[in-house]
Design a protein around this ligand. Sequence first.
Ligand code: SAM
Length: 245
Amino acid sequence: MRLTRACVDLDLTPGTRVALPENAASHLLRVLRLREGDACVLFNGDGYDYDARVVAAGKRGGEVEILARRAVDHESPLRIHLLQGIARGEKMDLILQKATELGVAGIVPVHSERSEVRLEGARADKRLAHWRSVVTSACEQSGRAWIPTVAPPQALRDALAGVSTPGMRLLLDPTADAAPRSLAAPGDAPLTLAVGPEGGWSPRDRAMLQDAGFSGIRLGPRILRTETAGLAAIAALQARFGDLA
Ligand code: SAM
């Protein structure tokens, strides 16, 4: 199936015409080769899809007319915030992409004691922009019209100080006793899920998380890679309390 859905950072009002920003023009006009009169769908993260029609397509860009607005309800009733120990390169991209497909509401990338990746300054800014584009593409593909937030990479301590969301706080920990099936339903409150990096949580990280109200859960008897653990937990939680089952 051809994906003629693109995210644009624009105000979209039915009855108006908008010039396509570079990324959307490249995707719709150059890759998919849409031409004048062809239909496409735009979204800007406000919870709606906008039916549109190409009215100008040229080498330097294009213009579309916004025809109609449709509310899109593809969000899970379970709002999961993923606090993810930063993983190496493509693994982190995979985590962000799949977590978005599985319906997380937000992602906070954290440096912890055993992190193998340290991001600061311009490198951190560049990586954050890249991660946000990975999440936006996953929304284009999966039909989400709300875009999960991606916070700047930060120290675990700072992330915990900033966790203002009430609700359940879970720490994925292969040494924990509790299993996901033992959890009480979180109700309407959001759920924050902390997943360690490749090297796992150190005793100091675990103590910090526990002091911040995180309780440990274990996903079966096997040690999972960080990119498997978070996604398996999100899928299990969405199946139990969200919209995956
Ligand atoms: N040797 C490390 C340890 O014992 O923590 C393994 C780290 S594992 C590759 C990376 C992260 O995935 C862990 O910090 C934890 O958050 C999560 N994880 C992996 N397997 C898990 C399991 N069976 N149950 C719960 N969490 C798990």
